[in-house]
Design a protein around this ligand. Structure first.
Ligand code: ADP
Length: 262
């Protein structure tokens, strides 16, 4: 898409020539569209829980004779939906904060890889046991990497939470790290439901969900992987995803071992 702006150059009443300004606004237009889509998505995502909270409150109000069991059930739904909005807004804030962040705007530290991974597993151990899913650690000469530990914690939280969300009971999650040449490779592999090949290229997009109903039921906002990719790239790293339907999913992150802040 091109914008053309033509101005005539005049001297003493006659036209001497023209200046044409041609600007390629394709990229601008694409960004505008992406922004409009984003706002529409956010509004939709907030509207859904709000509508359901509102209708449950209405029923609670109108039916004062409701039995205690049903009342508790309704309150639980309101609670869940509120939680979902809290998570969504938290993820959104984090994402928008990240895209504004410039190098130096966050903490550059030295991260002990083993401690980083073990702490992440600890945060999910109880939930995993409750779901009868095993989480294993596979560590090979991990050492340290340059990075922001808080942000890197968010990366593993999102990946482990996804792995747990989409892995049925009896499954296994392996978190591994090893140094390959000059990079640290971190993998989160699960034996879960997998992702259909046609969805794979899109899962890093904001709000993209393979199975909307399932993901929403499990508390998904569709922002997790977008956030993970953003943080990984801020660290100068890459993210890749391998998956097979019913064959499990492996997310592979590679981080430079020398500082390379993008
Ligand atoms: P959500 O909050 O919905 O989990 P994400 O951005 O984290 O959003 O992931 C996007 C979509 O990718 C999910 O809705 C889910 O369909 C799919 N997905 C992500 N991780 C996995 C996984 N480990 N196994 C199967 N599907 C996954």
């Amino acid at each position: 898409l091109l914008h053309v702006h033509v101005t005539a150059i005049r001297s003493e009443g006659s036209v001497d020539g023209y200046v044409a300004l041609i600007r390629d606004v394709t990229e601008q237009e694409r960004l505008n569209q992406a922004q409009r889509d984003f706002v529409a998505n956010v509004s939709h995502e907030l509207r859904t829980p709000l509508t359901s909270i509102k209708s449950y409150i209405e029923v609670l109000r109108e039916r004062s004779d409701m039995d205690e069991g049903t009342r508790q059930q309704f309150l639980a739904v309101i609670d869940q939906e509120t939680e979902r909005m809290v998570r969504l807004t938290r993820d959104l804030l984090q994402l928008s904060g990240l895209s504004r962040t410039r190098p130096g705007g966050y903490r550059r530290g030295v991260v002990d890889v083993k401690a980083w991974l073990i702490a992440a597993i600890d945060r999910f151990q109880l939930q995993a046991e409750a779901q009868s899913v095993a989480i294993e650690l596979d560590l090979l000469d991990a050492g340290t990497m340059p990075g922001d530990r808080d942000m890197l914690d968010r990366v593993l939280d999102n990946l482990l939470s996804n792995a747990l969300k989409y892995t049925p009971a009896g499954g296994r999650i392996v978190l591994s790290a090893r140094v390959k040449r000059n990079v640290l490779e971190v993998r989160v592999a699960d034996t879960g439901v997998g992702i259909p090949p046609e969805d794979l290229p899109h899962v890093f997009e904001r709000f993209y969900r393979v199975d909307k109903a399932r993901s929403r039921r499990k508390g998904g906002s569709g922002l997790g992987l977008a956030l993970v990719r953003e943080i990984t790239e801020l660290h100068g790293g890459d993210i890749r995803l391998e998956s097979r339907v019913d064959g499990g999913t492996t997310v592979i992150l590679t981080f430079p071992l020398q500082e390379d802040w993008s």
